[in-house]
Write a protein that binds this ligand. Structure first.
Ligand SMILES: C[S@@+](CC[C@H](N)C(=O)[O-])C[C@H]1O[C@@H](n2cnc3c(N)ncnc32)[C@H](O)[C@@H]1O
Ligand code: SF4
Ligand code: SF4
Length: 272
């Protein structure tokens, strides 16, 4: 395998009221329909483009220096690559110095490489869908695309990583998953991901559960003060440790199954 997994960075880091990482989500429109997809990605999915308003809210919420990271996902970012390249240019013009990551299935390899090349700081990298890169659990991407991406990674080591093999029970979840049975699926502990700004104007606490509208995940709107968003996220992390994980352990349930099927039994973070 040419592509390497990235080691994940520290979770829950907030500095001067700013998050170390933020995900950006423009909807679940996709050129695939994976049977395990957390966000119900599909060609008929929704898509709303990034605007200056969304990106200004992003720049108020995330660390702007080199430790900060902004992660574009979806759906499939290469379907609307011009809007993604515009967004990258905008956040660089406004002074964002950190890392940018594009989560992609890599099928539109040339568009993905164009997105990486568009960053004036050369600090935009990609993370590929494990199943679509390897063919384990989903039809593999066309080999012509795979070769282009492998060649790029060989010439620019670290530019294109591969995502984790783990499958979590969120969205379409684990039941329809047809890949290797040994792939990990059932930890009681939430991975404590960084939150998401959706192009519908809302901040959501979890990138895996982003299509789940339960009140537990709602952190606020893009015109709310950034301090309110980070404070709500801290409350959410505390709720994960004090309410969610004890429930998952007591009922012997995978962490994401609790979010997907049992939240009505749990108080919201705000009510704690
Ligand atoms: C929702 S996709 C969106 C970006 C792009 N379409 C892709 O597939 O990489 C983002 C990441 O979520 C991962 N993912 C999707 N469903 C998952 C699941 N049930 N458990 C764990 N990861 C999942 C994908 O493999 C991918 O790495
Ligand atoms: S995992 Fe990615 S490629 Fe697969 S349906 Fe979901 S968004 Fe699309
Ligand atoms: S346990 Fe819940 S909050 Fe954590 S990753 Fe899974 S769905 Fe998201």
């Amino acid at each position: 395998m040419v592509f390497k997994e990235r080691t994940s960075r520290s979770k829950g880091v907030i500095e001067n009221g700013r998050l170390m990482e933020l995900h950006l989500y423009p909807g679940n429109q996709c050129n695939r329909e994976c049977d395990f997809c957390t966000v119900f990605g599909a060609p008929k999915g929704w898509y709303t483009e990034y605007t200056a308003e969304h990106l200004d809210a992003t720049l108020r919420t995330v660390m702007l220096h080199e430790q900060g990271a902004i992660k574009f996902y979806g759906g499939e970012p290469t379907l609307n690559h011009e809007n993604v390249m515009w967004a990258i240019a905008y956040i660089r013009e406004q002074g964002f110095q950190g890392a940018i990551v594009i989560y992609s299935n890599g099928i539109q390899a040339e568009r993905l490489l164009a997105i990486l090349a568009s960053d004036p700081l050369g600090k935009t990298t990609a993370s590929l869908n494990y199943s679509i890169a390897t063919g384990d659990g989903a039809p593999q991407m066309p080999l012509s695309s795979l070769r282009k991406l492998e060649d790029h990674e060989r010439a620019n080591p670290g530019a294109i990583a591969i995502g984790h093999a783990d499958i979590v029970d969120s969205g379409r979840g684990v039941d329809p998953f047809t890949g290797e049975v040994t792939r990990p699926k059932d930890a009681h502990r939430c991975p404590h991901c960084y939150p998401v700004l959706k192009t519908d104007g809302t901040f959501h606490a979890c990138p895996f559960a982003v299509e789940n509208d339960a009140p537990h995940f709602q952190l606020g709107r893009l015109d709310d003060p950034p301090a309110a968003i980070t404070q709500n996220f801290e409350r959410f992390l505390h709720w994960l440790d004090t309410v969610h994980e004890p429930y998952a352990t007591q009922h012997d349930l995978p962490a994401c199954t609790v979010c997907w099927k049992h939240l009505h039994e749990l108080p919201t973070p705000a009510s704690k």
